[in-house]
Design a protein around this ligand. Structure first.
Ligand code: GDP
Ligand code: MG
Length: 166
């Protein structure tokens, strides 16, 4: 089984860091701006699911391709949070247009380790998710592998619930 996941958000919020963390368990610090599609296998209820994860500065182009979305902002970058607010709306209206409303969206506030530079409150992320029927996590790609794993595990669960991977 295959499921397509697209990682979206403003530049430098940590899209590549999150993706590479999931795939290698490592945080390497600097990532290029290379358009990449990664394959990653997860096992759900004894079944193997291959995630095709699109990490790209141009990920908006992949809206229609996706079965699930990871929308990333940095808790230290207000503009990146505003960008995620706009992305949620854009995806929702694209999905209305395509008549597919089941592809789940996870909103991720990254760089939680930089709490001393925080400009976006956790509550703001949580409220946005509540209002738009998305899920929400605050994570640190730099310091917490487990938090990153929760994001993708959560998404896979919801894609499975949406029966998009059946
Ligand atoms: P992208 O443009 O969204 O793909 O962002 P990158 O993954 O390239 O990350 C941009 C910068 O933020 C890099 O210097 C990363 O090392 C840094 N970064 C990414 N995630 C974190 C994090 O969780 N904490 C901290 N402190 N830095 C991070
Ligand atoms: Mg990147």
């Amino acid at each position: 089984m295959d499921a397509n996941v697209v990682v979206m958000g403003k530049e430098s919020v940590g899209k590549s860091a999150l993706t590479v963390r999931l795939l290698t368990r490592r945080f390497i610090g600097e990532y290029g701006d290379i358009e990449s599609i990664y394959s990653h296998s997860v096992s759900v209820d004894g079944r193997e699911i291959t995630l095709n994860i699109w990490d790209s500065p141009y990920s908006e182009k992949k809206v229609q391709w996706a079965d699930g979305y990871v929308l990333v902002y940095s808790i230290c970058d207000r503009a990146s949070f505003n960008a995620v607010c706009r992305l949620v709306q854009a995806i929702k209206s694209a999905k209305d247009y395509l008549n597919v409303d089941k592809a789940p969206i996870v909103i991720v506030g990254n760089k939680r380790d930089l709490h001393h530079r925080r400009t976006v409150l956790s509550e703001e992320g949580r409220l946005l998710a509540l209002k738009t029927d998305c899920h929400f996590y605050e994570v640190s790609a730099a310091e917490n592998y487990h938090s990153v794993l929760m994001v993708f595990d959560g998404l896979v669960d919801r894609m499975k619930d949406a029966k998009l991977t059946v």
